[in-house]
Design a protein around this ligand. Structure first.
Ligand code: GUN
Length: 303
């Protein structure tokens, strides 16, 4: 069997096109452009890259981006002052504080402070609490898990009654993904570093969401034939020549890297029914769902 590819790039583009069309429709009837504030504390290169991509997406979809780069040594009080000001700012519909924060800052207190109507990342305790409770709806669902479920639904994969295995229990991906799957009536197992006989547990999965951050950890013989595999991992590993030596960049002379997921793609593709590639699978969905959430925030606040 060769698994069917789930094309995240294409599906994300469709989400973005729909959001852009609705933003344009609203603006044409006199509504303000949706505004997203991005808060970036410190100078982590990966975080700066993600935030730049979020700002770019705002511009491309007709929204306004307000960027707040803050020094790594900012105090908790100063950061909380910024969040309070953004809560009160009518031009700002969504607030995104890029994580992780420097270790001296209390992430929980910062996320708790974001007004629930502007919590487009869905990380505030109120949104996560609602996601965890039966019969309650969060205002916003965290973007990466939302993207994973959206990909499954677009590929026509039945979630209800499926055995779903989530590899990883992070606040950003694994835990909210598990809660979403439970809400859609899957039978969910959450695995982590202390799970016993991980391959045997993963082999039960009709749906696997891999979000553990270990390059190519999931092997082909862990996958149940026909399963749907959603690979959230984005890991850089050295690019090798056929003799096993590292490929060096012509420009910098440094070893080049390639991006791989948490799943060994070539092996899994031969067994699974559906699989997301890395890159071009879950990655583009995160920003697309953030844009969808930001539009929703504007609708909640302006309609
Ligand atoms: N860091 C890694 N992923 C995310 C995300 O989806 N949102 C925020 N705010 N920070 C992150």
């Amino acid at each position: 069997m060769t698994a069917q590819l789930i094309d995240g790039k294409l599906i994300a583009q469709q989400v973005r096109d729909d959001v852009a069309a609705e933003v344009a429709r609203r603006v044409a009837i006199g509504k303000p452009k949706p505004g997203l504030a991005t808060v970036l504390v410190g100078d982590r290169v990966d975080s700066a890259t993600y935030v730049a991509a979020k700002q770019k997406a705002c511009h491309e979809l007709g929204m306004v981006s307000y960027h707040y780069p803050l020094p790594a040594e900012i105090s908790q009080d100063e950061l909380e002052k910024v969040i309070r000001a953004l809560n009160a700012d009518e031009l700002v519909n969504g607030i995104l504080v890029q994580l992780p924060l420097p270790s001296h800052l209390n992430e929980e207190r910062v996320l708790q402070l974001i007004s629930i109507e502007k919590d487009v990342d869905g990380f505030s305790p109120l949104n996560i609490g609602r996601l965890a409770q039966k019969g309650r709806e969060p205002l916003f669902v965290p973007c990466t898990p939302y993207g994973c479920i959206y990909l499954l639904e677009q590929a026509g994969i039945k979630i209800e009654g499926a055995n779903a295995v989530v590899l990883g229990r992070s606040n950003i991906v694994g835990m909210p993904a598990a809660l979403l799957l439970i809400g859609k009536n899957a039978t969910v197992t959450v695995c982590h570093s202390r799970t016993k006989d991980l391959p045997a547990v993963v082999r039960q999965a009709d749906i696997l969401i891999a979000a553990i951050g270990r390059p190519e950890m999931v092997r082909g013989d862990w996958i149940k034939p026909g399963a749907a595999v959603i690979d959230v991992g984005i890991n850089g590993i050295p690019l090798l020549n056929s003799d096993g030596s590292p490929v060096l960049s012509e420009k910098t002379g440094k070893p080049r890297q390639k991006l791989v997921g948490d799943v060994n793609f070539a092996e899994a593709q031969a067994v699974a029914g559906y699989i997301t590639p890395v890159p071009g699978g879950v990655g583009p969905m995160t920003i697309a769902m953030l844009m969808k959430n930001t539009l929703r925030a504007a609708q909640i606040q302006q309609d």
